[in-house]
Design a protein around this ligand. Structure first.
Ligand code: SF4
Length: 275
């Protein structure tokens, strides 16, 4: 068996026993896939799934989401962070309330928040296309196992062979689970990995660790949005005291939130979530 076939064989064998069960894994509804994929960006899958279940219950189709306020979306999103993802999802729902997924197929990147990875996830899970959804987990596994510095090109060049005689969905799901449970970013479980005997174990220096959350702009943004979800027409001049954040730190963040359309500033004095 050549190395690619061996990789496929062993990975799918592992997945049979270790597949994580989520409701959306049994759906080919592109709205459900989009919802999950946007929520899961920068969020662990188990946690993303909790939010997914809340969102799909409230917004079973794009139409229901398209007619609510930003405030309601942000309120449901609260705790996930990276609030701009919620706004992009909201914008996407407005487009999808007028145009079906089929009518924009396969150009899903016309939707806000959809990049190459999410596009391929929709193509694979909802349309059964033979494509590999490459996220950081996936490229890491390929890089380590095949010993390549350019895993993205390696995957593209070998996509047909990798997906020959298998459903792309099965393969993509197996990669996601394997990258999360075994070939993890930090401390991979090589000792208990069934790919170990043939793995090049090519570990590249990854200096992409997230900066500390405490005191970061991300934390401050989250605090401001959370406060504004529960309060209307808040005086900007009092926000730093209320949230106990230095004035010099809070002002540029408020400006950025306004530039991104997350908040609305009235008469340079009052702030609220954009409608
Ligand atoms: S042996 Fe280690 S590096 Fe190689 S695939 Fe398994 S977990 Fe990843």
């Amino acid at each position: 068996m050549n190395k690619i076939n061996l990789f496929k064989h062993e990975l799918l064998k592992w997945s049979k026993k270790n597949k994580r069960e989520y409701s959306w894994r049994y759906s080919n509804d592109p709205w459900k896939i989009l919802l999950l994929e946007i929520i899961a960006q920068q969020t662990q899958l188990d946690r993303a799934n909790i939010y997914y279940e809340k969102f799909i219950k409230r917004f079973p189709t794009p139409k229901e989401m398209s007619i609510v306020t930003k405030k309601e979306i942000l309120s449901l999103w609260s705790g996930l962070g990276y609030n701009s993802r919620a706004l992009r999802l909201h914008e996407a729902s407005k487009i999808l309330s007028k145009k079906s997924f089929d009518s924009i197929y396969p150009n899903f990147e016309v939707l806000p928040g959809v990049g190459k990875y999410t596009k391929n996830a929709i193509l694979s899970f909802a349309y059964k296309e033979k494509v590999i959804a490459q996220d950081t987990n996936v490229v890491r596994i390929f890089s380590r196992f095949f010993g390549t510095k350019n895993p993205e090109s390696f995957i593209e060049e070998n996509e047909k062979i990798l997906l020959k005689n298998i459903q792309s969905r099965k393969f993509n799901e197996a990669l996601m689970d394997f990258g999360s449970k075994i070939c993890k970013s930090k401390n991979p479980l090589c000792d208990s990995c069934l790919l170990e005997p043939n793995c090049k174990k090519f570990f590249q220096d990854t200096k992409h660790a997230q900066s500390a959350f405490k005191g970061s702009s991300r934390e401050i943004r989250g605090k401001i949005i959370k406060y504004l979800i529960n309060n209307e027409n808040v005086e900007i001049s009092s926000l730093n005291k209320t949230l106990e954040i230095e004035d010099s730190k809070i002002k540029p963040i408020i400006k950025k939130l306004a530039d991104e359309g997350l908040v609305n500033i009235k008469n340079k004095k009052l702030i609220e979530i954009s409608s």
